[in-house]
Design a protein around this ligand. Structure first.
Ligand SMILES: CC(C)(COP(=O)(O)OP(=O)(O)OC[C@H]1O[C@@H](n2cnc3c(N)ncnc32)[C@H](O)[C@@H]1OP(=O)(O)O)[C@@H](O)C(=O)NCCC(=O)NCCS
Length: 487
């Protein structure tokens, strides 16, 4: 057998080995196996099937024999790719990722320390409380959260009337529309008009009401689909769709069929569940894993208490106060930490507590080579809602893909603006413009940049684009309210 024959299997073995290393196997034994396999191919003068090689590799006696084999000493090279070449198939970059984090922390620690020496420790618990409450006798944010129950109960009442036929579909739709509109307008009016409402309290309330709006919209849609199925289609079909078979579910949880789902318990489960899309029978995990729950709780507390607040206080506030220095890196780090805190720790904590089975809250957005991929993968609950309740209905009613995508981004831009401008009582349209700019950016990146260039473009847009737009409001707010005080 000539060399070229031996080369093929060696390359393919190397590729598998590096992929296996990426999956968590240690590199050394894998490399050892591959090397011994190639040696055996040389000494035997022929390549052997994989299974045979691995069995040989596992045998201690064989390894000992090979160590004493003189041919083993004759040859120490083999045809193989360098690990960092794309052809090597190597994917385990964990060490490089850790290096990036260490470099990022070290390069920014100077700024952090400088601020610490200049301004001292700015962590003040009273200041934290004052972010939420301005007047200790007035708690408008908490009151608004309690009032939100009214909208939930109105939605349930309307659905019950619709299921019994007491409301016609038109009347039901009208009541839902009024309920949903008030869900957005009422808290915004309170946030704008009540002086004791703080920006952080206002943002929290509007965030809560926006989530509620999206959930109640989904609740309305799904119940309507159930009614349509049970009236228009055959009874058999309706059953099979509105009440999936038990084999999809774990733990012997009771399955509900429409209208058996129209209960307070069912609706409140959905309100607290980490999803925006309603379903009659959510997939449930068999039990609450205490260790998992505590780990997520620990992460949540650590992220907020030990990392975010000191970072905000000692790192960012002095920069904002001195007003004109670049803010991208601390802002971006804060955004990454927010992602982990919210989409991993908090959502998994809530899901575990409620035994909510679907834990896909994000996908690998960090590998995005296009802007479109990023928006499909970074916030799965919102993306799922957009697809199910807005994008697909628009496509089905005859709108083009471009028009439907633009409509989704317009809606998203509206909510981003709503969540930032109203609590700050300052209308600057940065968030709206930032979201709408995603459409031309998606086209540009998709058309001209591919692979790693596309990925770099997505990262650059995240580092200087999206968080920067949010920070523009904070900056303007600070300049508007605190410059006058200091001057
Ligand atoms: C606009 C948006 C919904 C487009 O999503 P997308 O995945 O690129 O859309 P696609 O055109 O690839 O189609 C997606 C789905 O629609 C389906 N579809 C396509 N044309 C269809 C048609 N004419 N009728 C019905 N369905 C259709 C596809 O089959 C696909 O279905 P699947 O998900 O079950 O596979 C997405 O970019 C998005 O969610 N943007 C906003 C995100 C956002 O604002 N997030 C806020 C985070 S803070």
């Amino acid at each position: 057998m000539d060399d070229s024959d031996a080369v093929g299997p060696v390359i393919s073995r190397r590729r598998r080995a590096t992929i296996a290393a990426g999956r968590g196997a240690t590199l050394k034994p894998v490399n050892g196996r591959a090397a011994s396999a190639s040696r055996s191919a040389v000494s035997a003068g022929s390549s052997k099937p994989d299974g045979e090689e691995s069995t040989q590799g596992k045998s201690k006696n064989e390894r000992k024999k090979r160590k004493n084999d003189p041919a083993h000493r004759l040859r120490c090279h083999q045809l193989q790719e360098s690990l960092l070449s794309s052809g090597s198939g190597y994917r385990n970059y964990r060490g490089i990722l850790n290096w990036c984090v260490v470099m990022l922390v070290l390069s920014n620690a100077r700024l952090f320390l400088e601020n610490l020496l200049k301004y001292g420790i700015l962590v003040d618990p009273i200041q934290v409380i004052s972010l939420f409450v301005k007047d200790p006798y007035s708690w408008p944010a908490a009151c608004l959260v309690i009032v939100s129950n009214v909208f939930i109960l109105v939605a349930l009442y309307t659905e019950r009337q619709l299921s019994m036929g007491s409301f016609s579909e038109h009347v039901g739709l009208l009541v839902h529309c009024i309920n949903l509109s008030v869900t957005l307008i009422f808290p915004a009016a309170v946030v704008l008009l009540v002086p004791s409402m703080t920006p952080v309290g206002g943002a929290f309330v509007l965030g809560t009401y926006t989530i509620l709006f999206l959930k109640l919209y989904s609740y309305k849609d799904v119940n309507l689909w159930c009614r349509e199925l049970s009236t228009v289609k055959a009874k058999k079909l309706a059953r099979s769709l509105s009440c999936p078979s038990a084999q999809h579910f774990n733990g012997g949880d009771q399955q509900v069929c429409y209208p058996g789902n129209l209960t307070i318990r069912d609706l409140y489960y959905f309100v607290f569940a980490p999803t925006l899309c309603y379903e009659l029978n959510f997939p449930r995990s068999p039990k609450i894993r205490m260790s998992f729950l505590l780990r997520r709780l620990f992460e949540m507390v650590r992220e907020t208490g030990c990392l975010k607040y000191p970072m905000l206080a000692s790192w960012m506030i002095p920069i904002i106060q001195s007003s004109m220095k670049p803010l991208e890196v601390p802002n971006h780090l804060l955004w990454l930490m927010f992602f982990y805190w919210f989409f991993h720790s908090s959502m998994n904590f809530t899901a575990e507590l409620l035994r909510f089975g679907d834990r896909q809250f994000y996908k690998d957005w960090w590998n995005s080579e296009t802007v479109t991929y990023f928006w499909q993968n970074w916030n799965i609950p919102v993306h799922k809602w957009c697809l199910r309740h807005f994008y697909k209905p628009l496509l089905r009613s005859g709108f083009s893909k471009m028009a439907s995508q633009s409509a989704v981004f317009f809606l998203s831009a509206f909510f981003h603006e709503y969540l930032v401008s109203v609590p700050l009582r300052m209308f600057r349209l940065w968030a709206f413009t930032g979201m709408m700019a995603q459409l031309p950016l998606a086209w540009f990146v998709g058309r001209f940049l591919h692979g790693n260039y596309g990925n770099a473009a997505v990262w650059i847009s995240l580092i200087i684009g999206q968080p920067f737009a949010v920070l523009m409001y904070v900056h303007d707010y600070y300049v508007l309210h605190h410059r006058q005080e200091t001057e």
